[in-house]
Design a protein around this ligand. Structure first.
Ligand SMILES: [Zn+2]
Length: 183
């Protein structure tokens, strides 16, 4: 893992032409929008970071793109017990840099458009967007690690047991029967 802070503002088009590879970290406390999706880090982990690897490139059609991966240790709120839980977020992504919506529409399907006008892109914002995408909407502890699991056992005795639900009468099937009888 690199110990360098990832540069914030770059010219992605120049980096793509030079096929630049960047590796570095972003301090999570600098990513305010992302922090809203997580729980406050413990004081001891105030220097939590997101590790990032980026490979700028251009394809055969001279489209400028970046392939990247990220990883971050974060604290989320378990949606079962509402207690903090640590989670590792990872993501791999492939973005095509565009200067207009029209260009964005012309990108092949495997490239996500990233609007970078004025030959400038904020890599921290770019990574923050990717991080937010991989925050699980309903994070939960593993069942055996969740403080709420004892209470849960009472509510949902054994979810692995086969459902023994009686086939229920569909109230609409009677109506459907009536309808067809009319004809
Ligand atoms: Zn939990």
């Amino acid at each position: 893992m690199s110990n360098t802070e990832l540069p914030k503002t770059v010219d992605p088009y120049r980096l793509a032409e030079q096929k630049t590879e960047l590796e570095g970290f972003i301090p999570l406390h600098a990513l305010a929008r992302f922090l809203e999706c997580t729980l406050p880090q413990e004081a001891s982990s105030g220097d939590a970071v997101c590790h990032v690897k980026l490979k700028f490139d251009q394809d055969g059609e001279r489209r400028r793109l970046v392939e990247g991966e990220l990883g971050a240790e974060v604290v989320l709120e378990c949606q079962r017990c509402m207690q903090p839980m640590s989670a590792t977020l990872t993501s791999q992504f492939r973005l095509g840099f565009v200067t207009s919506d029209k260009q964005a529409q012309q990108l092949p399907k495997d490239l996500e458009p990233y609007l970078a006008e004025d030959f400038s892109a904020n890599l921290w914002t770019l990574i923050e967007d990717e991080l937010i995408l991989v925050v699980p909407p309903f994070p939960k502890h593993e069942r055996e690690e969740c403080p709420a699991s004892a209470a849960l056992e009472e509510l949902e005795p054994d979810s692995s047991a086969p459902a023994t639900e009686e086939p229920r009468d569909n109230p609409f099937s009677a109506l459907a029967g009536l309808k067809t009888k009319k004809h």
